[in-house]
Design a protein around this ligand. Sequence first.
Ligand code: ADP
Ligand code: MG
Length: 734
Amino acid sequence: MSKNKSSESVKVVVRCRPLNRKEESNGPAGGIVQMDLRLGQVILRNPRALPSEPQKTFTFDAVYDANSKQRDLYDESVRPLIDSVLAGFNGTIFAYGQTGTGKTYTMQGAWRDPEKRGVIPNAFDHVFTHISRSQSDKQYLVRASYLEIYLEEIRDLLDPNHGNARGLELRESPDTGVYVQDLTSCVCKSIKEIEEVMNVGNQARAVGATDMNEHSSRSHALFLITVECSQPGPDGRKHIRVGRLNLVDLAGSERQTKTGVQGERLKEAAKINLSLSALGNVISALADGRSGHVPYRDSKLTRLLQDSLGGNAKTVMVATLGPAPQHYDETLTTLRYANRAKNIQNQPRVNEDPKDALLREFQKEIARLRAQLNHRKWRSKQKKEQVDGEGWERDGYEETDGEEDGVEKEAEEYVKLEEQRLEREKEAIRDDQFLLAEEKQRLLGEKEKMMGDLRMEQQAAEQLTAKYKAMESKLLVGGKNIIDHTNEQQKMLEMKRQEIAEQTCNEREIQQQMLVQDEETLELRETFTSLQQEVEAKTKKLKKLYNKLQTIKAEIKDVNDEHVKNRQELEQTQNELTRELKFKYLIIENFIPPEEKNKIMNRLTFDPEEDQWKYQPLVPAESKSSQMKKRPTSAVGYKRPISQYARVAIAMGAHSRYRAENIMFLELDMTPPNTSSPDGSSEAGPNQSSSLDNSPIKEKGVHKSRSWCQSQKSITSSSSSNSLAACHAATAAQ
Ligand code: ADP
Ligand code: MG
C-alpha cells in the first residue's frame, strides 16, 4: 500500500472482557484468549484443536485484558484522538464485536461510577475541561446529535416524535462530505447538558425496543459531537476549526440466525447482515489497497463512516472479545476483521474555515444584535440628554463591554424619568382650568399614546437584550472557568498520565519492531563453522518454516470454510427472499387487474441515491398540459373556481350545504319590493305578493333584491337571505 506523508493507519485495539458467572460455571476450561500486553498480542486457543496445533497470534496497536481499566483504555488509545478533534480533525471511535462482549460497556460504561465510565463520558469530560482551560481568545461552540441505524433506516434519537417520523436521508456535499439531512443537533454548554442529550437519546432508543439488549444487538448507535473553535490567526482575522467526533456502538457482529424466520424478521436479519458485511467489504477493499472501488454505497453505515475509513478522519477501532470457548468462531472472526482494519490508511486533515461553520453564523448574528442594541441604547441616551437639557457629544455609539451595563442602567433610568415626566404633564393637563374638556381629552390621549410607545420600545429593547444574551451564552469562551480547574496538581497528574501512556505505546511499538527484525536478520548473520553446525541451523530453520507453513495452511482452510459458510448463508437468504417474491407475484398476478399493474409499473422509477423505488408524479398528457398547468386565479385556495356569491356566502358562514359551491339560493321573495303600504311602512303580508307581478320584469332581478336587502331586518331571514344581502353589500362596496 502506498503511504503518503500525511497518511496514517486506523488504530486497532482489542479488549477482552472477563468470564461472566455463567461462563465460569459452565466448565473448568477457562478462557481461550490470552494477551501479551507488552507486545500488544492476542493469542487464541482453539478449544477443539489438538494441543500440538499451533495457536493463532494477532498483533494490534494495543490490547486490554480482563483486568484492564476503562481509564487506561481511554488515556492510551482515545485521548490522543479527542485531542486531534479539538484541534480540528475529524475523529471516529467504533466498537465492534459479538453481542455481550462489552461494546456498550466500553463506549458508555457505568456513568455513575468514575472507575467504570466509558469512552463517551470520558470524552465529554475531556472536551469541556479542555475548553475551560484554553486561552481566553478562543471561542467554542459544541453541538451534539444522536442517531441510530435500524433496518437500514436512520432515526433521529433527539427528535421527540422520531418513532412516527420517516427515516432521515443521507446527503453529500463537497465541503462536509456525507451528512444526515435534518438531523437534530443540540448546542451544549456544559458536561451536564451534553449528558442530558445522551440520556434523552438513550431513552428514545429504549422506548422503541421491547428488549434493549435484543434491540442494541440489531441496531447501530452513533453519537456525534461537533466542536467549532474560533481563534485569531497571525493575520488578525478569526479562523474557525471544526472537529467532528463520531462515537459508534455497532450492532452485534454475530451471525443472526435466519432459519425459519419470515417477513419482517427475515428482512431485519438480511439487513443487519447487509450493513455489517458491507462494512467488512469496505474494510477488505481498503486494506487490500488494490481494488479501486470501495463499496461505501452498499449500506447507510458505510456511507456515514466513509470519512472514517480511508477518508480524512482519524479512526480508532475497539474490537471486543469474550473469553468463552463456545464463542471461538465468533472471536476468531472478530480478530480477523480487526486485523484487516489495521491496514486501512486515512489522510487526516484539519477542517479550517469551512463554509458551513455554525460558529461563524452565530458570531455574525451576535454582532448584528449587538449593533442593534447599541444603536437603541445610543438613541435613548441621546433622548435622555435632550430631556436633561445637556449638550450631547457623540461618544456613545460604539460601546465597549465595560460600559454596557452602565448604558443599560442609563436607558432604564431614562424610561423611568420619561414616564414620570409624562405622568406630571398629564396631571398638569387635568388640573388646567382653562382648557376645554375636548382639548383636555385630546392632549391626555396623546400623552397616553406616547407612554404606550415608550413601553413598547422598552419591551422591544428587553427582547433584543434577551435574544442577544441567549445567543452569546451559547458560545463558550476559553479561560473563563479557569478557577474551577486551576487544580494544578490534577493537571500535572493528567499530563504525567498522558506521558506514561505515550511511553507505553512507544515501548510496545519498539518491541513489536524488534520481534520482526529478530526473525528476519538474526539467521542471516549467522556464520557456520562446521558443516554439522550448518545442518543443525538449517534444520531448525526448516522446522520453523514448516510450522509457519502449517499455520498458514490452517489459516487458508479456515478462510475457505468461512467462505463456504458465508456462501451457504447467502444462498439461504436468497432462497427465502425468492420465496417471498413468488408469494408477492402470486398476489399481484391474481388480484391486481393488469391495466392497474401496468399503470403502477410505468410510474415507478428507481432512485439509486436513496436506494428506493419511487412514484413519479402524475404528469398530464401532452395535449392537456397547457390546460392544467396553472390553477385559475379564482380557484386559489379553493377546490375549484368559485363565484363571488359563494365566496361571500363562505365568509358569512352560510349553510354548510352550499358553502364553496356555486349554488345560488333562490328563495321566493315574499316582500314586494317597490310597493309600499300607504302609511309608508315596508311591512307587507304574504297576500300582497301578487303585486309583485305588476313590477316590470327587467327590474325584478335588480331592484327587487335590493329592496329586499334594505328591508331584510323586517323579514325573519334564513341564513341564505342574509348571505345574499351581504353579497349585494359587498358588490355595492366594490
Ligand atoms: P455489548 O454491548 O457488546 O452487547 P455489553 O457492553 O452490554 O455488551 O456487555 C455485556 C456485559 O458484560 C455487561 O453486563 C457488562 O457490564 C459486562 N462487561 C463487558 N465488558 C466488561 C469489562 N471489560 N469488564 C467488566 N464487565 C464487562
Ligand atoms: Mg450493546
